[in-house]
Design a protein around this ligand. Structure first.
Ligand SMILES: [Zn+2]
Length: 301
C-alpha cells in the first residue's frame, strides 16, 4: 500500500517534471516581446514577462523574483539599446545563467534587428535618458515587430532544434496575418498624416515615422525628467501659437501634466497602450495597434 502510493506519487512527479522541461523557458523583458514569442512559440514555450504595460521599462527593480526567473530561462528576449540598462545587467549577473549572457544564443536584443532612430551625435547624460544606440521604443512601429519576428525565428530553431518545423509554420502564419493587418492599419491611419502631436516622453518616434505624425514638443524637459511647471508653461505658449491636435502619453505615464495642458490649450490628451496590456483592447499585438490607431483617430473627429 505504502509502496504503491509512493510509486503513484513518483510517476506524478516525473510527469510534472517532464511537462515543465518540455517547454522552452523564455524570459521577456517587455510585454510586446512576450506576446511575440507567444505568437511564434505557441505551446512549445513557457513565457515569463518581467514588466507590465503599467510600468516604466526604464525603471524596474532587479527583484529576487526576477532573478529567479532569469536563472531558469533558456532564452531572454529584451529591447536592448540600453532601455533596460538600469536593471538587466544586474539581473544577468545575479542569475548565474550562462546561457542567457550577452553574446550567447540565449540572449536576444530586438533593437539589433531594426533601423534605429534618434541616434545621438553627442552623448551627454546631462541631456537626460539618451541612449547611444538610438531611441529604444521600437515597438511603436508594427513594421519593426515583423523584423524582430524574422530574427527571432532562427534563434528559436537554434535553441530548440527539435521543434524547428513548428516554429517555422507559426512564424509564417503570423507574418501573413501581420502583413494584411499592416495594410489595414495604414489605410485606416491615412487621416492622421501630418497630425501635430505633443508627447509626454520621447517614446513615439517610430510611430511618428510610421504614420507621418509631427512631434512639436515633449512635456518632459529632458527624456526621463518629470515635467516641470516652467517647462509646461513654455509648451502651453507654444501650443497657443500653433495648431496642435493632440497630446499623447504611454499607459504607464502619470496623466496630470498632459491633462493640465489639454485643459488650458483646449486640445485632446490621449493615453496610448504603448505595449500589450496597456488598454482593455490591447490584449495581444494585433489589439495593440488596432487600439492605438482608433484612439488617435478619435482625437481628430
Ligand atoms: Zn524612453
Amino acid at each position: 500500500m505504502k509502496n504503491s502510493v509512493l510509486i503513484a506519487f513518483s510517476i506524478m512527479f516525473l510527469g510534472l517534471a517532464q511537462g515543465a522541461s518540455a517547454a522552452l523557458n523564455v524570459f521577456a523583458c517587455e510585454p510586446e516581446w512576450g506576446a511575440l514569442v507567444q505568437e511564434l512559440g505557441g505551446d512549445k514555450v513557457s513565457i515569463y514577462t518581467a514588466t507590465t504595460a503599467m510600468q516604466d521599462p526604464h525603471r524596474i527593480q532587479a527583484r529576487p523574483s526576477l532573478i529567479a526567473r532569469a536563472r531558469s530561462a533558456d532564452l531572454l528576449v529584451c529591447t536592448g539599446s540600453e532601455l533596460e540598462i538600469g536593471w538587466l545587467p544586474i539581473l544577468l549577473r545575479q542569475s548565474g545563467n550562462d546561457a542567457i549572457q550577452p553574446g550567447k544564443a540565449g540572449y536576444f536584443e530586438a533593437a539589433n534587428y531594426v533601423q534605429m532612430l534618434e541616434k545621438p551625435t553627442r552623448l551627454d547624460r546631462a541631456e537626460g535618458d539618451v541612449h547611444p544606440g538610438g531611441n529604444p521604443h521600437i515597438q511603436t512601429d508594427p513594421r519593426n515587430i515583423l523584423l524582430v519576428a524574422n530574427a527571432l525565428l532562427p534563434r528559436l530553431t537554434q535553441i530548440d532544434h527539435n521543434n524547428a518545423a513548428y516554429y517555422e509554420a507559426r512564424h509564417k502564419a503570423f507574418a501573413d496575418r501581420w502583413k494584411s493587418a499592416l495594410q489595414r492599419w495604414e489605410k485606416e491611419a491615412v487621416p492622421l498624416k501630418g497630425l501635430p502631436i505633443i508627447v509626454q516622453h520621447k517614446g513615439f518616434p517610430y510611430m511618428e515615422n510610421w504614420l507621418g505624425l509631427k512631434e512639436v514638443a515633449a512635456l518632459e524637459p529632458k527624456p526621463g525628467v518629470e515635467p516641470t511647471s516652467s517647462h509646461l508653461a513654455e509648451v502651453l505658449s507654444q501650443v497657443q501659437s500653433q495648431k496642435v491636435a493632440v497630446i499623447i502619453r504611454a499607459a504607464y505615464n502619470d496623466g496630470r501634466a498632459s491633462d493640465w495642458l489639454a485643459e488650458r490649450a483646449k486640445i485632446h490628451a490621449l493615453a496610448l497602450p504603448f505595449t500589450v496590456g496597456g488598454s482593455e483592447k490591447a490584449t495581444d499585438l494585433f489589439g495593440l495597434y488596432e487600439d492605438t490607431i482608433q484612439r488617435l483617430l478619435s482625437a481628430i473627429k
